[in-house]
Design a protein around this ligand. Structure first.
Ligand code: MN
Length: 205
């Protein structure tokens, strides 16, 4: 069974005005699809890997055949990162965090505004293409960035949330103003989904 792009769980225009319809169409239908197509092409060369989950593949990159390791790192990462990304956003999202993640943000960053500021500043500084992430490490929340499509999963860390700062994620609407995109993105976040991911991260599975 080949990997597939999961359907977007809302309309392409549903995150307007924060993320525009044209960006969502290209991002989901073209960029995510390209990662999946290229991942499948890599796995086709080693059909014995076809039964593994994409998370399993990128968590154990060093065990993969050398001829496809780079392709799985980039395209498997692209697949798992974007599959998360669509889920952690929703129409009429945003607002203050709820549930366990709200309490943990307060404990580890003081308050939500301080957390957002630190996340946005850290992620704005990621040079070139990459992602900003919230992970749970040694009993605390931590903000990290990765280059390209590298996933915290490859470092044994489960991403609670992540924002895509490749130019394809924002350039049509925000041009070179990455900080404006980062600030607006919080209006799309789906705290219910983020709480589910936080519970998973805490479980250590
Ligand atoms: Mn992207």
């Amino acid at each position: 069974m080949a990997f597939e792009v999961p359907p977007l769980p809302y309309d392409y225009a549903a995150l307007e005005p924060h993320i525009d319809e044209a960006t969502m169409k290209l991002h989901h239908d073209k960029h995510h699809q390209a990662y999946v197509t290229n991942l499948n092409a890599a796995i086709d060369k080693h059909p014995e890997l076809g039964s593994k989950s994409v998370e399993d593949l990128i968590q154990h990159l060093s065990t993969l055949p050398e001829d496809i390791r780079g392709a799985v790192r980039n395209n498997g990462g692209g697949h798992v990162n974007h599959s998360m990304f669509w889920q952690i956003m929703k129409p009429k999202g945003g607002g203050d965090p709820s549930g366990d993640i709200a309490a943990q943000i307060k404990a580890d960053f003081g308050d939500f505004e301080s957390f957002k500021k630190l996340f946005n500043e850290t992620t704005a500084k990621q040079f070139g293409s990459g992602w900003g992430w919230l992970v749970f490490k040694a009993g605390k929340l931590a903000i990290v960035t990765t280059a390209n499509q590298d996933s915290p999963i490859s470092d044994g860390l489960y991403p609670i949330l992540g924002n895509d700062v490749w130019e394809h994620a924002y350039y049509l609407k925000y041009n070179n103003r990455r900080p404006d995109y980062l600030a607006a993105w919080w209006n799309t976040v789906n705290w219910d989904e983020i709480n589910k991911r936080f519970a998973h991260a805490k479980s250590g599975k």
